[in-house]
Design a protein around this ligand. Structure first.
Ligand SMILES: COc1ccc([C@@H]2N[C@@H](C)[C@@H](O)[C@H]2O)cc1
Length: 449
């Protein structure tokens, strides 16, 4: 393998308490909020179908008009406590907020630019009250930060001239200053979710980024930073030039999910997901498919079943309101989570053969196994294949533990559970298996429930 100065500094998962906590979240909330929520995908009566938070980049949208939107930013309905309550009721364990998206507008009072909330009619810090409100309800806060910054004069996508390099040095200083400022202002931050790091210019900054990551981790010990932040010596991100994961978890699953455990390479990872096909910031006219709570719950369960976290995106509007479609989804997901979160929180991958009816999750502490059923077989027979020497001692319905099942053995290590499906079931059901095996698996050191 290559000798790298700025490649992965750790092989395998982080095992410290902060990362253990992260690993057991299951469900997160992404919030994309900024000036782009004001146009909401429209400008001068024209509809822009691309991602609403990228409207400044779409042709026909005059940059200087976008750059003056800050003069209109006055979200009278912004209510961080209400947002935090809603996220709590949904069952989110962490929240990721855009402090600065690609447009460079800062939702906190930054010492290092005038392009921030203090120079708007609203005038106040947005990030601070959000951090406070979410901390108050026990939801951990992570800060999204875009390195790419269309507002800063020193930003470059690539470094070609001497001038580029000199300007970019100022930009790097500015970026460092803003990041240290954020960690200084919001010390309860548990981690940073970086974006906008694909540029050639940034890919040349292995040394700078590595040192900056070290500095940030010194400021907040245990700080969690994913694989999108730094490039290695050869400009590779996510995985270094030896194929080793850089950062504390893999951030490659944006609007997509792995199919198999192998695809996750055994790393920690999160999936960040939009409700419509591709809108992160507020778009007033969602076209195309809008995901149902059933689909989002399946993505959540699939993520947890493959040792990942699932982060559902919310895009508040220009007034600071959570839109009605997202409120409804949060309510429906919360109702399911109220009854079934035991199969999500603190759970992860189970190495039993995947079956068509849905997903297994395993509680990392108790070893309890959950069958989360989305696709009921017409004959009601749910197939289970177990590893050798595992018998299914106690099998019962999560919603009613008195409803137990005696698995029918159909082959060695192969069973049917005959579930009395009735037509009225319209949300995923969870069956609990308390396995006992002839040799207790040392990892599980399984105790009776
Ligand atoms: C295809 O290029 C991009 C670049 C940036 C994004 C940003 N990442 C998401 C988490 C949103 O912030 C989106 O604007 C999406 C697609």
């Amino acid at each position: 393998s290559l000798t790298l100065k700025h490649g992965a500094h750790r092989l395998g998962k982080r095992t410290d308490p902060m990362m253990e906590r992260w690993r057991n979240y299951g469900l997160g909330q992404f919030i994309h909020w900024g000036l782009y929520a004001i146009p909401g995908g429209h400008w001068n009566g024209a509809y822009y179908g691309g991602a609403a938070e990228w409207i400044r980049a779409w042709k026909g949208m005059p940059n200087e008009q976008y750059d003056n939107l800050y003069k209109e930013f006055d979200p009278a309905e912004f209510d961080p406590k209400a947002w935090a309550e809603q996220a709590k009721d949904m069952g989110a364990k962490y929240m990721i907020i855009t402090t600065k998206h690609h447009d460079g507008f800062c939702l906190w009072p930054s010492e290092f630019t005038d392009y921030d909330v203090t120079n708007t009619p609203y005038g106040n810090d947005i990030i601070g009250p959000l951090v406070e409100a979410y901390d108050a309800v026990g939801i951990d806060v992570y800060l999204y930060f875009s390195v790419m910054d269309w507002n800063h004069p020193g930003y470059r996508s690539k470094l070609e001239t001497i001038n580029d390099k000199e300007a970019y040095e100022e930009f790097k200083e500015f970026t460092r200053n803003q990041l240290l400022e954020l960690l200084e202002r919001y010390p309860t931050t548990k981690g940073l979710w970086f974006d906008g790091t694909w540029d050639a210019a940034w890919k040349e900054q292995a040394d700078f980024a590595d040192n900056l990551a070290t500095e940030m981790r010194e400021m907040i010990p245990g700080l969690i930073i994913g694989s999108r932040f730094r490039p290695d010596d050869y400009g590779n991100r996510h995985f270094d030039s030896n194929g080793d994961l850089m950062g504390d978890y893999e951030q490659g699953w944006e609007r997509k999910l792995p199919e198999t455990y192998e695809e996750t390479k055994g790393n920690d990872w999160d999936c960040v997901m939009t409700v419509p096909e591709n809108q992160w910031g507020y778009h007033s006219d969602w076209r195309g498919h809008v995901k149902t709570s059933y689909e989002l719950i399946e993505m959540l369960v699939k993520s947890v079943s493959l040792d990942g976290n699932f982060v559902m995106n919310f895009g508040p509007n220009g007034q600071g309101e959570i839109r009605q479609e997202e409120t409804q989804l949060a309510k429906e997901i919360g109702e399911w989570m109220d009854k079934n979160n035991e199969a999500i929180y603190g759970c992860g991958y189970l190495d039993w053969e995947k079956q068509d009816w849905g997903y297994y999750t395993k509680d990392r502490q108790t070893g309890k196994i959950y069958m989360i059923v989305f696709n009921r077989p017409l004959n009601g027979a749910l197939k289970i294949k177990t590893p050798d020497k595992v018998s299914l001692d106690k099998v019962y319905s999560l919603k009613d533990s008195s409803q137990s099942f005696v698995p029918e053995e159909i082959h060695k290590n192969e069973f049917f559970i005959h579930y009395p499906f009735s037509e009225h079931i319209d949300s995923p059901i969870v069956i609990v298996i308390e396995p006992s095996s002839n040799e207790i698996d040392q990892n599980n050191s399984y105790q009776k429930a």
